[in-house]
Design a protein. Structure first.
Length: 299
């Protein structure tokens, strides 16, 4: 009964003081408390998993830690940085403090890639997948988890993210079907004999203009790396590099699939249609009717 009353008091505190950003709407005061409760017990987990798991009894010192975590969360520290866990595509990823936190909206990219591999390459013994701007490995490792014939290669310019991607590969027992390299876009793959032998290229690159990055919520700007968001003055320079260089690596009929920002989809799809290396350009919309993923194939 004592811990039940503590729980009610903490939940009331979160309900009155917690601000949840629009891009993390899967979080609620209730599952936030559950996630921090489990984390205080020494068993960290995401809010999605925590709300399905019975709360353990906490010792006085653990209750003290819980109170500190709740205060940190209310002050603006992201929940995933407190638990070091993020639920993505049914998988519990490790997210180290200070790293970019995968968003649920990017699941559309992973699902599109997984569907394409399942439909087109189910009979292939080995499917080569490049994930550019891979972050902590969420899209790449989700693909490897659901497509048993996929070998995923990831690159990212932010070394702490690559280190965490390697940790996640071990966490999911996928280190034998994944390789993560600290480098920019296609650079590390020139030496790996992947030109014209890659089946799928995926990317969730930065796509926010520098001006808008400076206007982001403090919870993001103070805790997640700017490299994960800032795409320069126009917000599309990385897309142009993807579109230009992907044909060198893709096999015939191979897929280029990438996530884009709100309002960028139609422009980028038309840009690809003007490139003679591509066919079957498809604009994929999210549940709100916004184009968030572009899929195309090499001719």
């Amino acid at each position: 009964m004592v811990q039940e009353n503590i729980y009610k008091g903490l939940l009331d505190k979160l309900e009155k003081n917690l601000t949840i950003l629009p891009d993390k709407m899967e979080e609620t005061p209730k599952n936030t408390l559950a996630a921090l409760w489990h984390t205080s017990s020494g068993n960290p987990m995401s809010p999605i998993l925590a709300e399905k798991t019975k709360l353990p009894h906490l010792t006085p010192s653990q209750l003290g830690q819980l109170d500190t975590l709740i205060q940190d969360r209310i002050s603006g520290v992201p929940l995933a940085h407190l638990t070091e866990r993020q639920y993505y595509m049914g998988l519990e990823f490790i997210v180290k403090k200070g790293l970019y936190i995968p968003r649920k909206e990017t699941e559309l990219l992973a699902k599109t890639a997984i569907t394409s591999i399942s439909n087109e390459y189910s009979k292939n013994a080995n499917v080569n997948v490049l994930d550019l701007c891979c972050g902590i490995g969420t899209v790449a490792l989700a693909i490897a988890s659901y497509c048993r014939n996929a070998y995923v290669f990831g690159s990212d310019i932010y070394k702490p993210a690559i280190d965490c991607a390697k940790t996640n590969a071990i966490h999911f027992n996928l280190e034998n079907r994944s390789s993560f390299i600290n480098a920019d876009l296609f650079d590390p793959f020139e030496q790996l004999s992947l030109k014209n032998k890659t089946h799928v290229i995926v990317s969730a690159p930065p796509y926010i203009t520098t001006v808008k990055v400076k206007q982001m919520a403090i919870e993001i700007s103070n805790h997640e790396p700017v490299e994960a968001f800032d795409a320069g003055a126009m917000g599309v320079s990385i897309f142009f590099k993807l579109i230009s260089n992907a044909p060198d690596y893709l096999e015939s009929n191979g897929f280029l699939i990438f996530e884009c920002g709100l309002g960028q989809g139609e422009f980028l799809a038309n840009r690809i249609r003007l490139n003679n290396h591509y066919k079957n350009v498809t604009e994929i919309k999210d549940e709100h009717g916004h184009v968030r993923v572009i899929l195309s194939q090499k001719k």
